[in-house]
Structure formats: structure tokens, C-alpha cells
Design a protein around this ligand. Structure first.
Ligand code: NAG
Ligand code: NAG
Ligand code: NAG
Ligand code: NAG
Ligand code: NAG
Length: 854
């Protein structure tokens, strides 16, 4: 018996096979990625339902390719071809992405990336695995084509016969001529079996819980189409009630006290009250950008506030703003004294801060700033090498000791590599930067900090503006008004408040600030140029500015080292110019430099020696990514030394505060089965260094589970307390510092206050899919899914500091149950609170950012 139905000429069997192979391969990979998160028994029970749509897609493709006549046939063929091409592209990307990162590809994220030039280049960097997988799967389709055509054909043949009586439509597309008549009995038997199987599967399908199985059974190309649907959302107007209501009850409210504006969450100041409250005595005649919420006017006809600037929700006068008095999560530590050693130093000598440099360090994990022999990472490296004898270990240690000597000096944390003699250590680091500060001096090193977002630019907004970024995908922040003034906006206000005609002779306190942003890589990615303007930088220099022949320091042989741009030193002459210009013209600088070499793919300039920090044996690619990363870490360590050297050479070191902060960490296969920051909640993406360096401040190690949200208030606190501002500016700064959510790292950190914990929310790349939830008051951590496509994950960092053994569950209550069993009542209680607070926080961010779509 020949299958009559799918007897297509030429291409058709191949095309059908492509649809079947790619659809099923996609589903199998998808299920494989979720294998850890569902119980084996449920998985087996629901297994057939996962493939239901894939099967239907295959059948429909087969019918469409069958002998439809005329234009209908051509249309069917065209549609199937189109889906086939889409499938090949999508499924190969899915496999390529999995191969590179271990994560699931997100189509909406990919489409946003592809629409941006630098992002497109990032996608292109994954081209090799893409082609490898498409070739593999196409070959498989070619080989399986006859078999698949035969199986589907015979199946439809048997059932098709039976269908004839039921549907006219089927009759049209299933020509039944020259078909030997089968016995009726067999025909009905086949139909009954198929129908019964179908009903059973549909039955299980109905009973199947929606989460996670709906996500798990998503079928290409439907999942792809869903990504392009826009959600409608409107602005949230009122703050939602804080879920832990006893912690914000009126008996806990705090009255105004001096500069402190009080704390009364849930109270309802009338619009006119807050309008007048918000006009501080130091208000300038006209507000510079960034102070939108002080620019509101009261409309008495409507009894509402109107925004004078900024982006408001469409369709109304709604304009939400931040108010520290009403923020149930805000804990201030400004009532505590400045850390004692800092006070002593300030009594003893002047600590001028004329300039502030903020070095935002790309993918800077805390455990490589600096690398230390006591770290988990170091132990992993040693274990991988299995050094045979003392000599090997010694040799390895001397290589590792030369990786981050500058970070050791910046933080004051020693690597402790046990190198037998100081002489060797000095030899190893002979050509690196040497800290000239007096013994015991150097500034504040923060241990225990986490980033506010594992998406670089969201993190940048957090560290420059003291805000929580918005938990939605990509940079809505660029279209919106930042809900707090960024540090650059404040400096601009200082400039504006200075009377014209004051000259340099009266010292730095009367000089004007200039804010400059510098990086050697592109500003086109994610519209960073616009973000820089939005955050208030007066001048920004990117790859695009230095790559033209008319650029001041353009030279032959400028080489791009990754898909983002040039090696770091290309920015050096511009940095030098900026400092020299400021020196010559009596300007105070706020300068941000964003490092870049430590970004994937960790390309190094030609000629830079590549060390084998990890052994080369085993699989060709084992440890390859991490090894490249560590080499780029060494390279950037040296570069930071050069920047510090320049600051000394230009004579500004003793009057410059340098803030080092990591934008986020970076997970590798050595840390977790999913690598990179994309939709990966692992802790190795979150621990970052924060250092506030000043050669005249005492060397301090501060233990605080803060986030980079604390950077702005800490800078203000330092400017105020080192007496680096004139009276007017100091007054303004002392008032403004009370507006920020983050605590100052210049004072003892409050882990909790009146039962309220100091929560640390971390938005996970790309923003709207999952949230990292931690608290300074507890060692636990929750990764909260914001869509139905991800599991909840819990860890107890006191027992498992590197999250090698995460508890994951699709169902929150089942996770709480497991946590209670394994970690006790307190942990389970914390988890329940964390989930509620985090969901509240997500909505509150959307409200504060006046978030809306479309
Ligand atoms: C205040 O509201 C009224 C009523 O909606 C409107 O007519 C008026 O233009 C508003 N005033 C301002 C300053 O926007
Ligand atoms: C350090 O370098 C000097 C000069 O290059 C050399 O004489 C000395 O032996 C080295 N010391 C060690 C411990 O390697
Ligand atoms: C909190 O800080 C301590 C150091 O003070 C650190 O050991 C711990 O890992 C930090 N927590 C997180 C989540 O990083
Ligand atoms: C650098 O280039 C961007 C556009 O790519 C531009 O907006 C900016 O003004 C330029 N900066 C300088 C200092 O010219
Ligand atoms: C910086 O201050 C230290 C300590 O007061 C002093 O020894 C050093 O010479 C100063 N450096 C410069 C460049 O003024």
C-alpha cells in the first residue's frame, strides 16, 4: 500500500520533514531545559500533552502540502515554506543560544536587540553555533524525510479514510481514488484508537496546571508570534497598600526632625500640602532638568498636581512622583554619626573633594576585585589544576597573584597568595600601579554589596541617580523622567545657584562643575547616547566620537577588540585632556568612565599575553569563557592602574574622590548551569565591588549588604562632611540627601529598622522577567519570576554562599513548604514576606516611573 496523501513531488517531503524535525527538536530542547524544575512523575504524566500542538502543526503541514489543486495548493505550499524558513531560523537560534549561555532565547528581547546596530553585532557573535545547528538539523530533516512522510502519510491515510464520512472538507483534500478499499472494521478501529488517544491527551491537558506546563508546551512558531504582541498597560496612579501592614502602622510613624522629613507611609497629604512642602527655601528661580517633581504646579480647579516637564502618563494629568515620607520601604541612617575613623581624619586634616570620578566597571565580580586565595573561585581553579606538587602550586599562585594587584591596593584586601617572599611579589607586580597613599589611608571598601540590576544601563541609572530601575524589559528609563535627580543634575543646580562673577580665587567651593562621560566603546547600543543626556551629562565621549579622522587623537591602526569598540587606552588622551582642561579653567569634574574589556566576548588587544589560569586539558572548550574573562580582568586591572596614575600625574589625586563600582557580576559554567546575565538570577551576577577611594581618607572596610543605590547619597554625604561645598550648596545637598532611598555608606548601615528589613532588589537582565530579592537583615535570597515562564528559586547564602544547591519550584506555596522543611520556619516566613514585598516593589517602580506602553 502506498501512502497516497503525502506523495508530493520533489521538495515537499523535505519541507514536511523540516517542519516536523525543527518543531519537535525545539520542544525537546525546551523540555530538557526545564528538566530540573519539575518532578519526574508529573513530567511523565504530562509528557504526551507537551507534544499535542507539535503533532497538530505537523498534521496541518502535511495536509497543506497534500494534493490540493490549483491556487489553494500553491497557497498551502507557500505558507508551509514560510513557516519552515521561520522555524529554521528560530530553532537554530534557540539551540545556538542554549549552547552559548545555557538559557532560553526570548524572542521579544532578540527583536529589540536586532533593531539596534550594536545589539545586532552582539547577535552576530553567536553566528557560528547558529549555522552549526541549522546544518545539523537540516541534515537530519533530509535523512528523515522519507520516513516522516511515510509515517504521517500512512497515519492520515488510515484516519483520513474514516474521516471521509465526517467532513466534506477532508474529502476535498484527500483524494480517495485508486485506493484499495480497506475493511470497514479496521478503518473504524484506527479512528477509534486515534480519537480515544486524543481525548485522553486533551483530558490530561485540561487537568494540567497552567504553570509551568503551558509555558513548557509552547510550540514554535506560536511562541515566536506571541513575542510580537504588545501588551496594553496603563499608568498606575495610587500607591498600593504595603503588604506588611503592621510595619507601617501609624504608631510607628516618625515625625519631621530637622532636615529629616519624617516617615508616614499611608498618610494622605493633600495635593496642596505636598505642593507647598516641595518648594524648598533654596529653590532656584527656574529648575534645571532632573527636578521634575519640584516643578509641579497645583491646579486648584482639579485639586491635582500638574507636571511642568517630563513624561507623564498619557490621557490625563497623572504624574506620579517619589516622596520619601510616604515610602514604606525607606530606612535612613542619616541620623547616625559618620564612621568614627572618618570623623577623626576630618578633625585631623582637610580631605578636599574637588573632583568626583565614578569608575563603572563592566562585569566586575566582587571575587575578582581582587582575586583572593581565600575565595571559592580560587579553590575551584586550584581543584581544576590538581597541582602535582608544591612547585606547581607555587607557580600557579604566582600567576594568580599577578592578576589583580591594583584591585588589592584599591580595596586594601590582600590576595594572600603565600608567595614565600615579598621580593617575588614585588617582581610580579613590578610594572603595575603603586598606591602612594600613606599607610592606613585610601578610603572605604564596601564588602557585601549587590548590584541594583544585572542589565548594565539599568545599573548605571541606579548608581548615578540613586533610584531603583524599572522592572520592565529594556530601557524604558530613556523615555521616562528619572524619578530622582541624578548626581549630574544636582551639580548643575549648584552651578546655577552660584552667582555670576565669582572667580577661581575664592577656591574650589565657588567653582562650577562639569559632568563628563567617557568610554572607548559604542554609545549606540540601547541608545546610550540618549541615556547619557537624560541623566544629565554635559559631555559624552564614545567610540563614535573618537573613531572619525577629525577626532583630536585619531590615529592609524585603531583596532576594535570586540563588537562594542576599541581597547580602553584609546580613551586615555581624552581623559587627560578633560582633566587638564578642568585644571586650566578652574572647573570641578564629575567624570564617569565605563570600562568595557571585561564584557563578553572578552577580546584583548593583539599582543596582550594570554595566561592559562584554568588548565587547558579536558574538553577543548572547558573553562574557555572563564579563562578569557580572567585575562580581561587582569587587563582592566592594569588599565585602572593607568587611570589612577594619570590622576596622580595631573596633580588632582589628593582632591579627587574615586568611586569604583561594578555594574553587575558575570555567571560562568563554573558557577551555574545557565551562564551570563540574561534571565539568570544566579548570585554570581550580583555581587559587586564598591569602593570610595580618597588618598586622605582612612582605609576602612565596611560590611554592608547595600546596592549601588547607595552611591549617590554617599557621594553627597562625603561632599557635605568633607566641607567641599560652599554654604548654599551644602544647604541644598543636606536637604536633597534626605530624598534618596539608599543609605549612606559613610555611616553604620541599618540592616533593619523597627522590624522593617533593608531590602535589596536586583533587576535581572533584560528587566521584566525575574527579580532578585535579598535583604540585609537575613541571609536568604529569592529569585522571583515576573512572568509565568520561570521558576521561583530560593537559597540560604549562609549555608550555600555560592548557590550551588538552589531550591527551585514552579509553585510558590510548594516552595514555601520545601523551604520550611529544609531551612526552618524563619526562612519560610522570610520567603513569604519577600515575595509580597517584591511584588509591591515592582508595581511601585512602575508607578514612580510613570510606566505605560504604546
Ligand atoms: C486646571 O484645570 C482646569 C480644569 O481641567 C483647566 O481648564 C485648566 O487649564 C488647568 N490649569 C492649568 C494651569 O493647567
Ligand atoms: C626579583 O627580580 C630581581 C631583578 O630582576 C632578581 O634579581 C631577583 O632574583 C628576583 N627575586 C625573586 C624572588 O624572584
Ligand atoms: C552580605 O554581607 C556579608 C558581608 O558583610 C557577605 O558575607 C554576604 O555574602 C552578603 N550577602 C550577599 C547576598 O551578598
Ligand atoms: C559624541 O557623539 C554623540 C553622538 O554619537 C554626540 O551626541 C555627542 O555630542 C558627541 N560628543 C562630543 C563631545 O562631541
Ligand atoms: C598628597 O597628600 C599627602 C599627604 O598629605 C602628601 O604626602 C602628598 O605629597 C600629597 N600629594 C600631592 C601630589 O600633593
Amino acid at each position: 500500500m502506498r501512502p497516497f496523501l503525502c506523495r508530493f513531488p520533489g521538495l515537499k517531503p523535505f519541507l514536511l520533514s523540516i517542519i516536523v524535525v525543527f518543531t519537535f527538536a525545539s520542544k525537546i530542547l525546551h523540555l530538557f531545559q526545564h528538566r530540573r524544575t519539575v518532578q519526574g512523575s508529573s513530567f511523565l504524566l504530562y509528557l504526551p500533552t507537551f507534544f499535542l500542538t507539535d503533532f497538530l502543526v505537523s498534521i496541518i503541514a502535511c495536509l497543506a502540502l497534500s494534493k490540493l489543486s490549483g491556487s489553494l495548493g500553491i497557497a498551502g505550499f507557500a505558507i508551509v515554506t514560510f513557516i519552515g524558513v521561520v522555524d529554521v531560523g528560530a530553532v537554530s537560534s534557540q539551540f545556538g543560544f542554549f549552547y552559548v549561555t545555557g538559557a532560553e532565547v526570548r524572542w521579544n528581547a532578540a527583536s529589540t536587540l536586532a533593531s539596534d546596530k550594536a545589539g545586532f553585532k552582539l547577535l552576530l557573535s553567536g553566528l557560528m553555533p547558529f549555522f552549526a545547528f541549522s546544518t545539523l538539523l537540516l541534515t537530519l530533516s533530509w535523512i528523515l524525510a522519507p520516513l516522516i512522510t511515510f509515517i504521517l502519510g500512512s497515519w492520515l491515510n488510515a484516519d483520513g479514510n474514516a474521516f471521509v464520512g465526517l467532513s466534506l472538507r477532508s474529502r476535498q483534500c484527500l483524494p480517495l481514488t485508486n485506493k484499495p478499499k480497506e475493511p470497514r472494521r479496521r478503518k473504524y478501529l484506527a479512528l477509534s484508537i486515534s480519537l480515544i488517544a486524543l481525548f485522553i491527551i486533551l483530558g490530561i491537558n485540561v487537568y494540567r496546571p497552567q504553570v509551568p506546563y503551558d509555558h513548557m508546551s509552547g510550540t514554535i512558531p506560536f511562541t515566536l508570534a506571541a513575542a510580537f504582541q504588545k501588551q496594553n498597560s496603563i499608568c498606575l496612579s495610587d500607591q498600593q497598600l504595603f503588604p506588611l501592614s503592621d510595619l507601617v502602622a501609624p504608631n510607628l510613624w516618625e515625625p519631621e526632625n530637622g532636615r529629616y522629613k519624617g516617615w508616614k507611609p499611608g498618610s494622605q497629604p493633600s495635593a496642596v500640602d505636598s505642593a507647598t512642602l516641595k518648594a524648598p527655601p533654596w529653590a532656584p528661580e527656574s529648575w534645571p532638568a532632573g527636578f521634575g517633581r519640584w516643578m509641579k504646579v497645583y491646579n486648584s480647579t482639579q485639586d491635582t498636581l500638574l507636571a511642568m516637564s517630563g513624561v507623564v502618563c498619557p490621557g490625563g494629568n497623572l504624574y506620579n512622583t517619589y516622596d520619601p515620607v510616604l515610602d514604606p520601604m525607606r530606612i535612613t541612617n542619616l541620623d547616625l554619626d559618620v564612621l568614627a575613623p572618618v570623623q577623626e581624619a576630618l578633625r585631623d586634616h582637610a580631605v578636599p573633594i574637588k573632583h568626583v570620578f565614578l569608575i563603572e566597571m563592566e562585569s566586575a565580580r566582587k571575587d575578582v576585585f581582587p582575586l583572593k586565595a581565600s575565595s571559592h573561585l580560587y579553590q575551584q581553579i586550584i581543584d581544576a589544576h590538581e597541582p602535582a606538587n608544591e612547585e606547581d602550586l607555587y607557580e600557579l599562585n604566582s600567576r594568580l597573584a599577578a592578576m589583580t594587584p591594583v584591585a588589592e591596593q584599591i580595596t586594601g584586601e590582600s590576595g594572600n597568595f603565600n608567595l614565600r617572599s615579598d621580593q617575588l611579589r614585588n617582581n610580579l607586580t613590578a610594572d603595575s600601579w603603586k598606591d602612594p597613599s600613606a599607610p592606613g589611608m585610601g578610603g572605604i571598601n564596601v564588602v557585601g554589596a549587590l548590584t541594583g540590576s544585572s542589565l548594565s544601563f539599568k545599573s548605571l541609572v541606579g548608581s548615578h541617580c540613586g533610584v531603583g530601575p524599572i522592572p520592565v524589559n529594556f530601557m524604558f528609563e530613556i523615555e521616562a523622567e528619572v524619578y530622582q535627580p541624578c548626581i549630574m543634575h544636582i551639580l548643575k543646580l549648584f552651578n546655577q545657584l552660584k552667582k555670576e562673577g565669582q572667580n577661581e580665587a575664592t577656591g574650589m567651593r565657588s567653582q562650577k562643575w562639569k559632568s563628563v562621560f567617557l568610554q572607548s566603546v559604542t554609545g549606540e547600543f540601547d541608545n546610550q547616547v540618549q541615556l547619557s543626556l537624560q541623566m544629565g551629562f554635559e559631555e559624552s565621549i564614545f567610540k563614535e566620537n573618537i573613531s572619525t579622522a577629525s577626532a583630536k587623537h585619531w590615529h592609524n591602526g585603531m583596532k576594535e577588540i570586540n563588537y562594542f569598540g576599541y581597547e580602553e587606552p584609546e580613551i586615555y588622551p581624552y581623559l587627560k585632556d578633560t582633566i587638564q582642561y578642568a585644571n586650566a579653567n578652574g572647573e570641578r569634574l564629575f567624570l564617569t568612565h565605563f570600562t568595557s574589556t571585561t564584557h563578553h566576548p572578552w577580546g584583548l588587544p593583539a599582543g596582550v599575553e594570554v595566561e592559562d589560569y584554568w588548565p587547558r586539558n579536558g574538553f577543548a572548550s572547558a573553562h574557555e569563557a572563564m579563562n578569557k574573562y580572567l585575562n580581561s580582568v587582569r587587563y582592566v586591572d592594569k588599565w585602572l592602574g593607568n587611570v589612577l596614575g594619570l590622576i596622580e600625574e595631573t596633580g588632582i589625586a589628593n582632591e579627587t574622590l574615586i568611586v569604583f563600582v561594578g555594574d553587575h557580576g558575570q555567571a560562568f559554567e563554573e558557577d551555574h548551569h545557565v551562564t551570563g546575565t540574561f534571565e539568570n538570577g544566579h548570585i554570581s551576577n550580583f555581587r559587586v565591588p564598591i569602593v570610595l577611594r580618597h588618598p586622605l581618607l582612612p582605609r576602612l572596610e565596611v560590611h554592608a549588604n547595600a546596592t549601588s543605590m547607595s552611591v549617590v547619597p554617599t557621594i553627597l554625604d562625603l561632599l557635605i562632611n568633607t566641607n567641599s561645598l560652599n554654604d548654599v550648596d551644602k544647604d541644598v545637598a543636606s536637604d536633597l540627601i534626605q530624598e534618596y532611598e539608599g543609605q549612606s555608606l559613610l555611616r553604620p548601615y541599618k540592616n533593619s529598622h523597627n522590624g522593617r528589613q533593608a531590602w535589596n532588589m536586583g533587576i535581572i537582565n533584560t528587566g521584566g522577567t525575574m527579580l532578585s530579592v535579598a535583604s540585609a537583615a537575613a541571609p536568604y535570597r529569592l529569585v522571583l519570576p515576573l512572568t509565568r515562564d520561570f521558576t521561583y528559586a530560593f537559597s540560604d547564602l549562609s549555608k550555600d554562599p555560592h548557590e550551588t544547591d538552589l531550591l527551585e519550584d514552579w509553585d510558590f506555596y510548594s516552595l514555601v513548604h520545601t523551604v520550611k522543611r529544609k531551612h526552618g520556619h524563619d526562612a519560610a516566613h522570610w520567603l513569604k514576606d519577600a515575595e509580597k514585598v517584591a511584588r509591591w516593589w515592582v508595581n511601585e517602580r512602575k508607578r514612580l516611573w510613570n510606566y505605560h506602553e504604546g
